[in-house]
Design a binder for this molecule. Structure first.
Ligand code: SAM
Length: 237
């Protein structure tokens, strides 16, 4: 049993979610029904966000039992167990059946490791052949607002084209350069990333890439359309 572990990436995800939820609070109105999360991992970064944003409630899911165990411990240690809950299971099976008022905002640092198959260091991080399967599924799940990590080597142009087709705009985003870690640096994954980027399905440096945490919205009351800037920020190599 394993649990996702990438300190810089989780810190960027947490800080970006915090800034975007805070900045767009009055437009997203997440206080009303809370927020759902695809893939809590150890929950440490988002537990800080919940602690710092009174009124924020997060209901997360993770398919990794080890992650859920750690998440619950971290959430309790941060003192936010009343506002951040985690269930063991597939986000897509359970999120829509959560009951209560319809949740309109989803957050995720989704699995985005591209590989020919799921036989990789941590299979739970497999994002399909081009890395964006889970993000595309999340965008198709029907939330008005999605705050999600977009990786430069996981076919972001196709992701943004699909988002546009689904009626989403990129309202804003925060981008950060990251070094290849243990998951993207696995030889089978590294070679595959090189191949798909050479084929025009994304961008990578020798041992680095870019992740942007973006706010997608399909609500006409939330202004902004920065899809082109986001695509520009993800291009390197
Ligand atoms: C990239 S990690 C992010 C973890 C954490 N949010 C962070 O940023 O530190 C993605 C997480 O999604 C989980 N996951 C993968 N597929 C899932 C699914 N269908 N439903 C719920 N969780 C899933 C994995 O087990 C993993 O913990």
């Amino acid at each position: 049993m394993s649990c996702f572990d990438s300190v810089d990436e989780s810190a960027h995800y947490g800080a970006s979610v915090c800034l975007l939820l805070d900045r767009y609070r009055s437009l997203l109105r997440w206080e009303e029904a809370g927020v759902v999360e695809l893939g809590t991992g150890d929950a440490a970064a988002i537990a800080e966000v919940v602690a710092g944003l009174p009124g924020l409630r997060v209901h997360g899911y993770d398919i990794s039992a080890a992650a859920v165990e750690r998440a619950r411990a971290n959430i309790a240690a941060r003192g936010v167990a009343d506002r951040y809950t985690v269930e063991h299971g597939d986000f897509f099976d359970q999120a829509d059946a959560a009951g209560g008022p319809a949740v309109t905002t989803a957050i995720a640092n989704p699995p985005y490791i591209p590989a020919p198959d799921g036989d990789i260091l941590m299979p739970e991080l497999w994002g399909g052949v081009h890395g964006n399967d889970l993000l595309l599924r999340l965008l198709k799940a029907g939330y008005d607002h999605v705050v999600a990590a977009v990786a430069s080597y996981a076919d972001p142009a196709a992701t943004l084209a699909t988002a546009t087709d689904l009626g989403y705009r990129v309202v804003n985003f925060l981008a950060m350069g990251l070094d290849y870690g243990r998951y993207s640096g696995e030889p089978k994954v590294r070679d595959h990333i090189r191949r798909i980027c050479a084929a025009g399905r994304g961008w990578t440096g020798d041992d680095e890439y870019v992740v942007a945490v973006a706010l997608f919205s399909r609500d006409p009351d939330v202004p902004g359309d920065r899809s082109a800037q986001l695509l520009g920020a993800l291009q390197l190599g």
